[in-house]
Design a protein around this ligand. Structure first.
Ligand code: SF4
Length: 335
């Protein structure tokens, strides 16, 4: 499969008065053309920072991409000037932010905001821009598009505003769409409609999607592959089937156990403890302090990636052949 995006050994740091936060610590991942990759993990794990790094939207200072490469269609975005990035943002790579109200300007009509990017980047006439805007509004399911173009954001419901934000993101026909928690601010029924919309847009346009979320329900609906992030690192990647039916990292198992299920009764199992301090992250596995399987080696050395299949990889000593002789230590503990 053709890779549209490839991130290698990405490090992002933020320098503060309290020290340097190592927000992203050696992320490796790729996105195939036409697929949806979900990056999941709890707040502060580095998923939004990773996607902002792809857009080169890390505020500098205090932030910086301190190491690594981000290749989009073979070109390394980390070497691009700000001017060159401005030509790419919104055109080749678009981003949808989580709160549709703050993503829209309340003082401009929806039509002005929708057509602005198109006129700026594609150099089209006003009538062509209007035609495309109406087409996009129809695609995202806004009724009476011609009338709605003249209205302001406050005249739209939350779900409709999010549809408009999606229309703005895809109006220039991007090849990569990054959606950062796109349904968090919406109620459950509208969430389902927006997720279906992503699927429809992908079918019609072939756009590749990175979905940032902490909601595994969202992932189950639309992702093809999943990357699980913890403390600035990708700790497990696989297809939806790999991760949901055969999770191998204790953190992934913990995430799945903490999701309420209609077909299972009983108490939810939270993951005890808190993530490590990223001012001084641990040398070894960052999940050690919370992991019921932790061994002596876990705290000392970060586990290398174990390849379980072509699609499924995990960073955990439990999957490392060299750690077999010390597994007995954890046998008495149960997850
Ligand atoms: Fe647990 Fe060790 Fe695996 Fe980390 S490497 S998840 S501490 S068993």
């Amino acid at each position: 499969m053709e890779k549209i995006l490839e991130i290698k050994d990405l490090h992002v740091t933020f320098t503060t008065y309290g020290g340097t936060v190592q927000a992203v610590r050696g992320v490796n991942l790729h996105l195939n053309k036409g697929e949806t990759l979900a990056i999941v993990g709890e707040s502060g794990c580095g998923k939004s920072v990773t996607s902002n790094a792809v857009m080169r939207l890390i505020p500098s200072p205090p932030g910086k991409i301190s190491k690594g490469t981000i290749h989009f269609k073979g070109q390394n975005l980390t070497e691009f000037s700000e001017k060159k990035m401005r030509m790419i943002r919104g055109v080749d790579i678009s981003m949808i932010f989580q709160d549709p109200m703050t993503a829209l300007n309340p003082t401009l009509t929806i039509g002005t905001q929708l057509m602005e990017g198109l006129r700026k980047h594609k150099n089209v006439s006003a009538s062509e821009a209007k035609k495309k805007a109406i087409e996009m509004m129809e695609l995202v399911g806004i009724p009476n598009p011609e009338e709605r173009l003249k209205q302001y954001p406050h005249q739209f419901s939350g779900g409709m505003r999010q549809r408009m934000v999606i229309a703005m993101a895809i109006i220039c026909d991007p090849e990569l769409l990054i959606a950062d928690e796109p349904t968090t601010a919406l109620d459950v029924t509208i969430q389902a409609q927006i997720l279906e919309l992503f699927g429809e847009i992908q079918k019609k346009t072939g756009v590749s999607i990175i979905l940032i979320t902490h909601d595994l329900g969202v992932v189950a609906k639309i992702a093809h592959r999943i990357a699980v992030m913890y403390a600035g690192k990708i700790i497990e990647t696989g297809t939806k089937r790999d991760v949901f039916y055969n999770p191998q990292h204790p953190y992934t198992k913990g995430l799945l156990n903490s999701v309420p299920r209609l077909d299972e009764r009983g108490k939810l199992q939270p993951i005890d403890g808190t993530p490590p301090d990223l001012f001084s992250p641990p040398k070894g596995c960052p999940f050690t302090a919370r992991c019921p399987y932790a061994m002596e080696v876990c705290d000392k050395v970060y586990p290398e990636q174990s390849v379980l299949s072509d699609s499924h990889q995990v960073n955990c000593w439990l999957q490392d052949k060299r750690a077999k002789h010390i597994l007995a230590e954890s046998a008495s503990k149960s997850f």
